[in-house]
Ligand binder design. Structure first.
Ligand SMILES: [Zn+2]
Length: 216
């Protein structure tokens, strides 16, 4: 991982990969890829025309600039930035790109293959497979399916509401994964939630946990 090498260079010694979390999108863009990385409150297709559509992110390959709309949550801004880095790295044919907001959230199926690739890139970039597994196993011990949900587990997954095991077992796997993504205590041990640790939305984290087979 190039980011790890850079961090070790700065630190002048070995760095634990987990200490890179949450992955710093700006540092990767600026220091590793030599891009300009901007956040702008008002981001439209054409900055001189206030009537034009609002966009969530922009990639301008000629000026080597990624711009992300500041009018979204921190997690969504990070995701949008990582998505543009994905296009920059994988799709040299995209020269000047404006991203429309994706209706219904980040994980909603997008039709164009390049858009899917950029979404996958962003997920892997912000939530690296190895680190997600490591932190999940550390917190919960093993992959979790419906059969693992007993009284105790349901109790630890109940953040702000009381859940009984049958409710959790009956959920769609991605919804069950949201509970694990947001959990901050398990068997009496406190920790930052996976969502917080990776600096992503609960939905993005949950989908990643599901995709990696950590929550079934
Ligand atoms: Zn895109």
């Amino acid at each position: 991982m190039r980011l790890l090498r850079l961090a070790e260079e700065w630190a002048g010694g070995p760095v634990e990969p987990r200490n890179l979390l949450p992955i710093d999108v700006r540092i990767v863009a600026e220091q590793l890829l030599g891009l300009k990385y901007d956040e702008r409150e008002e981001l439209r297709e054409d900055s001189t025309d206030p009537g034009r559509r609002v966009v969530v992110g922009k990639l301008d390959r000629e000026t080597k600039t990624i711009t992300v709309s500041g009018r979204q949550s921190k997690a969504a801004r990070r995701y949008a930035g990582a998505h543009e880095i994905g296009h920059y790295e994988m799709h040299p044919q995209l020269v000047n790109l404006h991203e429309k907001p994706i209706e219904g959230g980040q994980q909603r199926a997008v039709s164009l293959p390049i858009e899917r690739e950029a979404q996958e890139f962003a997920a892997e970039f912000l939530m690296p497979d190895k680190l997600v597994r490591e932190l999940f196993y550390e917190r919960f011990g093993r992959a979790m399916g419906p059969a693992d949900i007993d009284e105790n587990v349901a109790h630890y997954l109940s953040v702000g509401r009381h859940l009984v095991p049958s409710q959790v077992r009956a959920m769609e796997p991605v919804d069950r994964a949201k509970l694990f993504a947001n959990a901050t205590t398990f068997w009496g041990v406190h920790f930052p939630s996976m969502t917080e640790g990776f600096g992503v939305s609960c939905e993005a984290m949950a989908y990643r946990l599901f995709e990696l087979g950590l929550v079934k």
